[in-house]
Structures are given as C-alpha cells and as structure tokens.
Ligand binder design. Structure first.
Ligand SMILES: C[S@@+](CC[C@H](N)C(=O)[O-])C[C@H]1O[C@@H](n2cnc3c(N)ncnc32)[C@H](O)[C@@H]1O
Length: 226
C-alpha cells in the first residue's frame, strides 16, 4: 500500500489489503477514533453485513437503501441523495458511504449540510468502486467538483488514484472547515478496483487547540491500527 504525498503522512495509516477484514477494521477504527458515542448514518445499508459486524455496537444506527430489507434496522428506503438533502444530519456523527461506484456525490451533500461544532469529531467511511472509471481516464462530475480535475485533460488517473483520494479528502475537510485527525485506507483484492477510506475530521480550531494542549495528540492517532 503506497502512502500518499498529498497529506501529512503521520495522519495516514494504510491497512492490510484483505477486502472484508479491511472494511470492518476501518469501520471499527473510525468508530473508536471518534472518542464519543457513534451515531451512524449508513447511506448504502444493503443487507446489513457491516451492521452485524460493527455498527450494531454503535450508540445509534439508521440505514438507507433503495431496497427494503426485512430486518430490525431502522432505515429509510429511498435514494440516499434525497434523504441526505432532507433530514437533520446533526444527529449523526459517522457516515458510512459503502457505494458500489462513487460515494462522492453523497459526501458533497453531507459536507454542505453537516456543520462541525468546535471540538466535535465526524467520521466517514468510504468505499469507492471507481477503479475502472479511473482506468478509462473518466473524471466523474463529483470528482471534478471536489478536485478541479478536468475530464478533457485526464491521463493516468488510475496510477494517481491515491493522490486523487487525498485531494478529495482535503476538499471535503476544507468545505467542512475541518482538519483530518485520522485516516485509514486500503485497496481491495487485486483486480477488484475498490478502495476503502476511513476518515475522522474535527473542527479546524478544535484541532489546533488540542495539539497545542496535549503534546500532539493528532500525530498519536496515526499509529498503524492493524
Ligand atoms: C455495497 S452494497 C452495501 C452493503 C452494505 N454496506 C452492507 O453492510 O451490507 C450497496 C448498496 O447500496 C444500495 N444503493 C445504491 N445506490 C443507492 C442510492 N442512491 N441510495 C440508497 N441506496 C443505494 C444498493 O441497493 C446496495 O444495497
């Protein structure tokens, strides 16, 4: 797993590349790094694989999926973009965007609507199945929106994927006026073209105060979680 050059390396902890284990581990890490009870919005809730693995231990959980699943989870059965634009997001501090394709349109909506209060932390888990898109040098609108990458000039996108993810993370943090306090990333099995990212953001001023007051607590979160 290559580390990226576009973020503070102390804050990026790459994880092992076994698909399901990595995805569960990233979720556990993000939940733990919040340092407060996790209130999860699971925007691509699916059959509940990660609910059973991880989110059942969260303080609260609400799912969302286009499909209805007959189980005990509270869930919206709708397009998550409509739900994310409509509901009060302040009651959630952890957003799971486990998309088959690109999760960035949903991330853009959350970044626009979920203000982070001073001292508060927000967690994200992203699954990006965009490998083929990048291999074909296609820049989806959501990626262009966040990174400024231009479709007509795109070359070598798959090779630059980690850098693109770093640019996306930076853009989201900037829009939320936040700093990245922890980040984990992994790539799925060879050939699957799937990337996993776990992120914890904190209001920018809150981070500065915490670092000054505690001998760099931010850096201490960069310890490899595996
Ligand atoms: C990779 S699966 C998610 C698996 C899930 N995280 C789990 O733990 O079982 C992706 C899910 O997203 C749902 N989905 C795709 N696009 C969606 C959208 N725009 N809004 C809501 N759900 C969507 C699909 O129906 C599918 O169940």
């Amino acid at each position: 797993m290559r580390k990226t050059s576009m973020v503070d390396k102390r804050r990026v902890a790459p994880i092992a590349s076994s698909a399901k284990g990595s995805k569960a581990l990233i979720r556990r890490n993000v939940m733990e790094a919040l340092g407060e009870p996790a209130h999860v919005f699971d925007a691509f809730a699916g059959t509940g694989e990660f609910y059973r693995e991880v989110w059942k231990d969260a303080a609260s959980y609400v799912g969302c999926d286009l499909r209805y699943f007959t189980d005990d989870r509270a869930a919206y059965v709708a397009d998550n973009r409509r739900v994310l634009r409509a509901i009060d997001l302040s009651r959630f501090n952890l957003f799971d965007l486990d998309a088959y394709g690109m999760p960035w349109e949903q991330a853009i909506i959350i970044a626009a609507r979920r203000r982070i209060k001073a001292g508060e932390r927000i967690g994200f888990v992203f699954t990006e199945g965009g490998g083929l898109t990048y291999k074909n040098n296609i820049v989806p609108r959501s990626v262009a929106n966040l990174t400024g990458l231009s479709h007509d000039k795109a070359v070598g996108l798959f090779r630059r994927r980690t850098d693109i993810h770093s640019a996306i993370v930076s853009a989201l943090a900037k829009r939320m006026q936040a700093k990245v306090t922890a980040r984990w990333q992994g790539i799925g099995r060879a050939g699957t073209n799937v990337a996993y990212i776990g992120l914890v953001l904190e209001a920018a001023s809150g981070v500065a105060a915490r670092v000054r007051g505690s001998g760099n607590r931010v850096a201490s979160r960069a310890v490899n979680p595996s």
